[in-house]
Design a binder for this molecule. Structure first.
Ligand code: MN
Length: 135
């Protein structure tokens, strides 16, 4: 099985480190963008298997970056998980409107993020932020 590449667009260094460690531990290759413009450029250069998109990014919002990425024919089918801030009502709706495939709110449980990634990479899809773990 080939190694899957995940693009993490996140401006907070601590969050980037947490996600990098988590994803690398699970065998993924991680590339990182620090703002929305860089996210679009890196997506076009890498054509990643999946994108984690922080919504609040400098230079270009995660919504706009997601729209731009899915507007590129080569990237139109790359799944995007929007990373929203806890309690920001309406973010989820906007994320879907921007073409995101799923969303997760910060702070999130590592296992929930991995579950969402696995589902999207399997092509079975996922929806919402409900707790999907089994006890
Ligand atoms: Mn941010």
């Amino acid at each position: 099985m080939s190694v899957k590449t995940i693009l993490n667009a996140e401006d907070n260094a601590t969050n980037r480190k947490i996600v990098r460690d988590l994803l690398e531990w699970h065998g993924y290759r991680v590339v990182e963008a620090l703002d929305g413009v860089e996210a679009v450029e890196l997506a076009q250069r890498e054509v990643p298997d999946l994108i984690l998109m922080d919504i609040q990014l400098p230079r270009m919002s995660g919504y706009d970056a997601a729209s731009a990425i899915h507007g590129d024919a080569r990237l139109a089918r790359v799944p995007i998980i929007a990373v929203t801030s806890f309690g920001m009502i309406g973010d989820e709706k906007r994320a879907y409107e921007a073409g995101c495939d799923d969303y997760i709110s910060k702070p999130f449980r590592p296992r929930l993020l991995i579950q969402k990634i696995v589902r999207l990479l399997d092509g079975t899809g996922s929806c919402g932020d409900a707790e999907e773990e089994r006890p």
